[in-house]
Design a binder for this molecule. Structure first.
Ligand code: 5GP
Length: 198
């Protein structure tokens, strides 16, 4: 997605060879118009798949997921990372190790909001080693619902999350695919391909 790639090049900050900071438009401050375009793009890519629900994880997955939900006209459920005092229903849980925070969270979703009749699109902001997405897949599968696809805003293709998910037979749609973050620079997969063709 060209617009997203341009935004990443312009405003993304490469922290090191493994981590990209996008606090100015996705992870802290949010760019609503970009989020809207992201939602539209997910809706276009999964159009005709009969999605009935979007499942994401707090907090940075929520903005792109809500925008996708708006364009697809389906509800959005976000997994919580901390048990809430008000969330007392039957919970489905999974353990997720966070790559950037170096901690494991027990994530949870109420059984009330996903059921066996659902066709679920999982959305997250980043895909690195696939832990968060796999945790969400685990939770959705506990309900008997179908995981119809996984939508990722920024995939770091040099880490193995995408491979792991595809090896499980899951369809992954990533709007930006980063080939490397070396020398303080973002290089997208399509730039690598263009370089190769030249
Ligand atoms: P994974 O679970 O696939 O290893 O990592 C994905 C999760 O970790 C995402 O939910 C995201 O919040 C966080 N994450 C992973 N890599 C990055 C990164 O380079 N930058 C930022 N801002 N978050 C990341």
């Amino acid at each position: 997605m060209k617009l997203l790639e341009e935004k990443i090049k312009k405003d993304g900050m490469v922290l090191n060879e493994h981590v990209l900071k996008v606090d100015s438009f996705l992870n802290h401050q949010l760019d609503p118009s970009l989020m809207n375009e992201i939602g539209k793009e997910f809706a276009a890519r999964f159009n005709g798949n009969g999605i009935t629900k979007i499942v994401t994880i707090e907090s940075s997955g929520i903005a792109p997921a809500v925008m996708a939900g708006l364009h697809m006209m389906v509800p959005v459920v976000f997994a919580r990372k901390k048990k809430s005092l008000t969330l007392t229903d039957d919970l489905l849980t999974a353990s997720v190790y966070s790559f950037t925070k170096n901690e494991t969270n027990e994530i949870s979703v109420s059984k009330k909001y996903v059921d066996a009749n659902d066709k679920v699109l999982i959305i997250d902001d980043f895909l690195a080693n696939g832990e968060a997405a796999l945790g969400l897949v685990n939770i959705v599968q506990q309900t008997g619902a179908e995981v119809t696809g996984i939508g990722i805003v920024i995939e770091k293709s040099f880490q193995n999350g995408s491979r792991k998910l595809q090896d499980l037979g899951l369809r992954v749609e990533s709007l930006a695919q980063i080939a490397s973050l070396t020398n303080g620079e973002v290089t997208f997969i399509n730039e690598k391909v263009e370089e190769y063709i030249k």
